[in-house]
Design a protein around this ligand. Structure first.
Ligand SMILES: [Zn+2]
Length: 125
């Protein structure tokens, strides 16, 4: 592909890692929150203050922020999916940094072109 030449090696690597990640893995755009909770069963130790450790995923669904409880059987899954999101986020940041460099170079070019035009006009007028 012709346009690939504009990417540095590290940006190209970030792009292909990101593509592979989002192509192959589920992800949750949230963070994990540990908590201690009361189960509500009568006579349970949590009623006497020995709370149950638990895990939630805090995330936004549309406009709303949600805390979704993670059952123990799904803890590893939740951790993996949130972790995939974090990896994707870091890769996006890397690509954004490289894109910003490119954008600033473009801006510089626009400024130089404008300056050249002004000088040209001055020399004619
Ligand atoms: Zn309990």
């Amino acid at each position: 592909m012709k346009h690939r030449g504009q990417f540095t090696r590290s940006e190209r690597s970030a792009r292909s890692q990101l593509a592979k990640l989002v192509h192959e893995q589920p992800l949750l755009c949230g963070s994990l929150v540990s908590l201690h909770r009361v189960c509500g069963k009568e006579g349970c130790k949590c009623g006497r203050g020995e709370l149950h450790p638990g895990l939630c995923v805090a995330l936004r669904v549309g406009e709303k922020r949600k805390m979704i409880y993670v059952p123990q059987a799904l803890e590893a899954t939740a951790r993996r999916w949130v972790n995939t999101y974090q990896k994707a986020w870091y890769l996006m940041e890397e690509i954004s940094r490289a894109s910003l460099d490119r954008f600033l170079k473009g801006k510089e070019k626009v400024r130089e072109a404008r300056k050249a035009k002004t000088e040209e006009r001055r020399s004619h007028g």
